[in-house]
Design a protein around this ligand. Sequence first.
Ligand SMILES: [Zn+2]
Ligand SMILES: [Zn+2]
Length: 441
Amino acid sequence: MNQPTQPSSSYLDRLESETEARRSIARTEASPFAGAPGQLAEALEQRVDALAPELAALAAELHADPETAYQEHRSAARIAGLLERHGIQVHAGVHGVPTALRAEVGSGGPAIAVLAEYDALPEVGHACGHNVIAAAGTGAFLALAETLRADPHAFPGRVVLLGTPAEEGYSGKEVLARAGAFDGIDAAIMVHPYGYDLADQVWLGRRLLTVTFTGVAAHASAQPFMGRNALDAATLTYQGIGLLRQQLPPVDRVHAVIADGGTRPSIIPERAVMKLYARSKYPETLRELSRRLEDVARGAALMTGTGVELAWDEHPPSLPVRTNQALTGRWVAAQRRRGRSPLPGGVVSETIAASTDFGNVSYRIPGIHPLIGIADADVALHTREFAAAAGSPAAGRGAVDAAAGLALTALDYLCDPALRDAVAQDFADAGGPVDVPAYFD
Ligand SMILES: [Zn+2]
Ligand SMILES: [Zn+2]
């Protein structure tokens, strides 16, 4: 009996069959906008297809040499190398982040950014498939750049490729944003690989909390009454969170570990440290959840007579993703050209939700973060199975289809003023820009 029991797959099986049932009747609405002129779009798509071998090779090279957050030096160099071979000037180490990249083509306004992630995870490598994101974003930018090289008046405005490090755990895009990376940019688009083609999906906001309890050490047998037990405070906090869960909104998430809980059983622990993640579907509910967690920790400190220090956001918080529906419509139209039918939001359960630092971008300027299928539907992100999928031929095909989707969406945005108006209106209707760094103060 020294093995854990095996979790049942019953719930996941049900989720999957419910997803299938919804998928069979789901329709993503067609975009009412014209987008770019047909011939221009066709030529752009052909340029993406011509780049396909290089994009698949880039995805494979990044996959074979994974680097974790803020260490993506070789990955950034590979992306820059491909761009430079195509005559693009690349700025490395921009916005104060050594592994960030920036390249830009066009002039005047409007401006749209295509984002590329390339960080991997410890142990499991590219189990989130950011190698596919990098190839897609780079391919989209290159195709647009080559279109402008052939005809500088092909379309108005600017296209910016932003290489965004450290998505996993560090909210690298928020660091770039605070350094001005999105200043003067009107919209931002990116894509993420997944087990389905999804036009829209829920991404939860996320904050990090470190709670440090300070007690009074004492001999646990001789003079326990002279102690104040910091581990008790951590234990009560852990239990308090457990009880709080029943009263939380359905997709709120709290995960906690006790990172330090004392040294020896014979000493009343004078220090305990907890690390928590708090996640919620909306910015305001994440703010409310934050306050409740603070109350739980303070209550535990009061019960145990310990001191408590609450340190939020060791790395910047992530807001949920706010999806721009007008841009999504053009992404869907582009994916249909590729023979894909991205499913609307709500087909895949929102309970299968993670977080992304793109959320912070999407509350500053209009943006989309659709998903492209490269794996079987039951393969979850951050698993060895997904890492294998991210290195498969399907990942190469996904990268090319995603590159076409991003390139065409960007072209539509720059060419169609009515679409741009709708994008801006949708963003305003959703609440307009938010002061992200000040949001949780
Ligand atoms: Zn991830
Ligand atoms: Zn990811």
